[in-house]
Design a protein around this ligand. Structure first.
Ligand code: CTP
Ligand code: MG
Length: 241
């Protein structure tokens, strides 16, 4: 095991709320997936990138990754020696996809970050800060406190008002030491987990929260693509926040 990071890009979803595979939607002229490939290619601690793709689109995703690779002047990871991103088939739920990505990682990686392909606006600072916290604390995720008031409900009735200063919305990247993440993913959970934090928590692992960029939205509904165009243009004007 080394200090290097393996990165799993979760890109095997069907985009049912978006109305199609949002990881392949076109954002400012390029498929959304490519923003994540660019992001991790610029980070020196990344030794390996695995893209988890829908089983039925695997050849299409491989050709998109190959074209991206062919256009690049720099290697595909922060390391000159690293290989091209690999594309492996995902599963029905996000957690099944990430599990397959995790199993496929090479032997030398000591830490793992997972990133949603549907988040094209994560910044290098988000990645590096998450990595630093993973190294220091063992497991970490990027996010920020919610701004709206937050209620727990049952059948449309408020059960409880939560203290919003202590409620975070959590994004990706998220990660852990390989050992902790493998422990969290060691058995295929029957219950739904929408992120690594949830699985790590279920495995008894404490996860550190790291304050990240508010631009890092997840494309979920079609209108999010307009929002992403706006944030991207602003990042390009001002430099990433
Ligand atoms: N994802 C995945 N494998 C799945 C489901 C989701 O790799 N079986 C990925 C998606 O491609 C996305 C990320 O996990 O990049 C976050 O998931 P989500 O926003 O829920 O995407 P979808 O599942 O594609 O969308 P929906 O839930 O609306 O169908
Ligand atoms: Mg989903």
């Amino acid at each position: 095991m080394t200090e290097d990071f393996g990165v799993i890009i979760a890109a095997a979803g069907s985009g049912s709320r978006f109305g199609g595979r949002k990881q392949l939607a076109v954002l400012a002229g390029r498929p959304v997936l490519l923003y994540s490939l660019d992001l991790f290619a610029g980070v020196p601690a990344v030794a390996e990138v695995v893209v988890v793709a829908p089983a039925e689109e695997i050849e299409l995703m491989r050709s998109i990754v190959r074209d991206w690779e062919a256009e690049r002047l720099q290697p595909a990871c922060g390391r000159r020696t690293c290989a091209a991103p690999r594309v492996v088939a995902g599963g029905d739920r996000r957690q099944d996809s990430v599990r397959r990505g995790l199993v496929s990682l090479g032997g030398a990686v000591g830490f793992v970050l997972v990133h949603d392909a549907a988040r094209p606006l994560a910044t290098e600072s988000d990645v590096v800060r998450t990595m630093d916290a993973v190294r220091e604390w063992g497991a970490a995720a990027i996010g920020h406190p919610v701004t709206d008031s937050v209620k727990e409900e049952r059948e449309g009735r408020v059960i409880r008002s939560l203290d919003r200063a202590r409620v975070w919305q959590v994004q990706t990247p998220q990660g852990a030491s390989r050992e902790l993440l493998e422990r969290a993913y060691s058995s295929p959970a029957s219950e739904l987990h929408t992120d690594e934090v949830s699985l790590l928590e279920a495995a008894g692992v404490t996860v550190r929260l790291v304050s990240g960029s508010r631009d890092n939205i997840k494309l979920t509904h079609p209108a999010d693509l307009d929002l992403a165009e706006f944030y991207l243009a602003r990042q390009r004007d001002r430099g990433p926040k």
